[in-house]
Ligand binder design. Structure first.
Ligand SMILES: [Zn+2]
Length: 362
């Protein structure tokens, strides 16, 4: 189904129908143009929420795809298509795992599925969680089905994510004729040293689960297009991924120090795209680790790497969060695909986790 963000492409109705046959009650919590479902099977006891998104990033040039990106082509070994890994694969595996369960659970299960994760993420999970918290809904455990595995299924799970900051920086100078250097103030000549300082800065060391904070220059533009004119300004875009070892405020202050030290004339705009989050490690994480070990015979590593995820919105509820899904190798790329064997394995792992929780919920 073509569900390019923020469209759900009919996926939510499909999931709703599947779940209603299995005793779930679904409510649509729509905000703006975005559809979200909150689907619950109430058995009493603690609540496990499966968090996911059906929206996908655009395909890019369709002619470069080996198969139609929305055909879900099955070549025998792989399912091809945009969203196969991120993250319809994970949702499908969790639905199959639910299907295998018997009706003797001593905890409740809910699905929170949005169609606004790959876009602005303003009317999706964040709003649904706010609404549910207002209703005093309690959350105990949250499984995020985002792709997390590195080289084998379940080898890596995430118990947090780094924060993200977007920065736009304008370094000002004075436009002029290249032949009269004494009459121009060329901002391009200043930007090199600034970039060197910013990219060499050690923001923090990270910690056991978080890699150190990192900064990337993502764009730089200047110039009027002529060889003999120096530019008035240089525009630089930066992105930082930060660990909880440093705050947004501290990063801001350190960048401003670097700029002020060089006595630059500049304008800077900081946009806090996402705060970092880290989950407590408790019996839910143990149930996941044991599930992976018993199905794959391999232990899993806990990390907080990768981009941002909607887990950060769930973190506000204080529940224990684990992100476990298929390999992320091809996500967002042309020819995204997921191995059928991996889907089977992930379903087995999810199923085992659900059984492990039945023991722990007491
Ligand atoms: Zn995703």
């Amino acid at each position: 189904m073509a569900s390019v963000t923020p469209n759900d492409g009919g996926c939510l109705k499909y999931i709703e129908d599947f779940l209603s046959f299995r005793g779930f009650e679904t409510e649509y919590l729509n905000f703006g143009r975005v559809k979200n479902i909150w689907s619950v099977k109430n058995n009493g006891g603690p609540l496990l929420v499966f968090l996911g998104h059906v929206d996908v990033v655009p395909t890019g040039p369709v002619e470069k795809w080996e198969y139609d990106p929305f055909s879900g082509h099955d070549d025998g070994d792989y399912i091809h298509g945009r969203g196969a890994g991120d993250m319809k694969g994970g949702i499908a595996c969790f639905m199959s795992a639910i299907d295998r369960l018997e009706d003797n659970l001593n905890y409740s299960i809910a699905f929170l599925i949005t169609s606004d994760e790959e876009g602005p993420s303003k009317d999706g999970t964040v709003k649904v969680v706010e609404e549910l918290m207002q209703r005093e809904q309690k959350f105990d455990w949250c499984l995020v089905g985002e792709p997390s595995s590195i080289s084998s299924t379940g080898d890596n799970i995430r118990v947090g994510r780094r924060g993200s900051i977007n920065i736009e920086l304008e370094i000002k100078g004075k436009q002029g004729h290249a032949a009269y250097p004494e009459r121009v103030d060329n901002p391009l000549h200043k930007v090199g040293a600034v970039i060197e300082s910013l990219t060499n800065e050690k923001w923090d060391e990270g910690n056991d689960h978080f890699p150190p904070t990192s900064l990337q220059i993502t764009n730089m533009t200047a110039g009027v297009g002529a060889h003999n004119v120096t530019p008035d300004s240089v525009f630089v875009k930066l992105n930082l991924r930060f660990s909880p070892e440093i705050s947004f405020e501290e990063i801001k202050a350190r960048i401003i120090d670097i700029l002020d030290e060089r006595k630059l004339d500049y304008v800077i705009d900081f946009d806090l795209n996402a705060q970092p989050y880290s989950s407590k490690i408790g019996k839910f994480t143990e149930a996941v680790q044991e599930g992976i070990l018993s199905v794959t015979n391999k232990s899993t590593q806990l990390s907080c790497s990768g981009g941002t995820s909607d887990g950060r919105f769930m973190a506000k509820t204080g529940c224990e969060i684990v992100e476990l899904g298929p390999k992320f190798e091809t996500i967002h790329k042309i020819n995204e695909k997921v191995e059928k064997r991996e889907l089977e394995l992930l379903t087995n792992i999810y199923h085992q986790i659900l059984l492990n929780l039945n023991v722990r919920a007491n």
